[in-house]
Design a protein around this ligand. Structure first.
Ligand code: SF4
Length: 317
């Protein structure tokens, strides 16, 4: 039996957290890789209600999203990381422009996080060459918010985003699955939403249908990013509140974001200084300009047609 088949070197978890902090991760927690039964039940109920809309990839039977061993059968541990993406900019409210969700202001977080995770795994392999890891950045079928809670990073707020006590909710999550056992975090952060209902009260489309439950079909973010229909639903279209791509209202009103802090990651600064885009620029944008402007941006997801549709609706069309 290799040493890795039993328990990892004492103190290794603390060392991993030190490396993660050195690489700029805001938070790091480590938990055993097992099936998240409670989370799985919640997800099943959410899917059964159809709240995932057209995000069919969330309900693929071959993916047991609650069990990370679906992604890496030999996984024994899950290292969960939070990366702060807050930059102290606001949306200008001068020219007719469409607001971009904060998470998409900078370079595509998939690329940034993947690079940081590779560095983390590389540093760990430098210390412990026998380990094997699988990097998960949003695209793998992993219930990352549930893992983040289990690893003590924060709690899932009534708006269904993870909230940390240190930097609020402007965080990206990523996971590193490892084929070794480690020393695990056991301290859970309690739910600190209390009696607050600011996010439920502020959502212009009432997408938070009950505390902790979002019906994606009513969500401006889902509609402007994920929905491929030619027209947005009327309730969304009439309540866009200036959002061209995504929506941050439920996080902007959250009192826990008074603890937001500027990230040290320069790649999350707004590309070309833009937190909004002029609608007439979208209207006339040709494919070549689109490709150039959004290369390396998370905003590619909605494609040019989606942006034009959203801009048209913002104009009332
Ligand atoms: S706005 Fe209030 S209820 Fe909503 S997530 Fe934040 S603290 Fe919780």
């Amino acid at each position: 039996m290799r040493i890795w088949d039993n328990i990892f070197v004492q103190g290794s978890s603390a060392q991993i957290k030190t490396i993660a902090a050195e690489l700029g991760f805001a938070k790091c927690g480590i938990v055993p890789a097992h099936r998240l039964n409670t989370g799985a039940e919640r997800l099943r109920e959410w899917l059964n209600r159809g709240y995932h809309g057209e995000m069919g990839w969330m309900d693929r039977p071959e993916h047991d999203r609650a069990d990370p061993r679906t992604v890496m059968p030999q996984a024994r541990s899950v290292i969960v990381l939070a990366t702060n993406y807050f930059t102290p900019h606001v949306h200008p409210d001068d020219a007719p422009a469409g607001k971009i969700s904060r998470y998409a202001w900078g370079d595509d977080y998939h690329d940034v996080l993947r690079e940081k995770m590779r560095l983390l795994l590389g540093r760990m392999k430098g210390e412990w060459p026998e380990i094997n890891g699988r990097i998960c950045v949003d695209t793998a079928p992993i219930m990352e918010k549930e893992w983040a809670v289990g690893a003590g990073l924060g709690w899932i707020g009534k708006h269904s985003n993870l909230i940390t006590k240190d930097v609020g909710s402007w965080v990206f999550l990523s996971e590193l699955l490892l084929d070794v056992e480690l020393e695990y975090d056991e301290k859970i952060v309690e739910d600190h939403c209390g009696t607050c209902t600011a996010c439920l009260d502020s959502c212009p489309t009432s997408a938070i249908v009950e505390p902790y439950v979002v019906d994606a079909r009513k969500c401006i973010s889902y509609a402007t990013i994920e929905l491929r229909d030619e027209r947005l639903p009327d309730k969304i279209s009439e309540n866009l509140n200036g959002w061209l791509y995504g929506c941050d209202i439920c996080q902007e009103v959250c009192p826990w974001n008074r603890f937001e802090k500027p990230t040290e990651e320069a790649r999350f600064e707004p590309r070309q200084g833009e937190t909004s885009l002029p609608l007439d620029r979208i209207d006339t944008m040709e494919h070549a300009e689109y490709v150039e402007r959004f290369r390396g941006s998370a905003m590619k997801r909605t494609k040019l047609g989606g942006l034009k549709r959203n801009a048209r609706h913002l104009r009332g069309g």
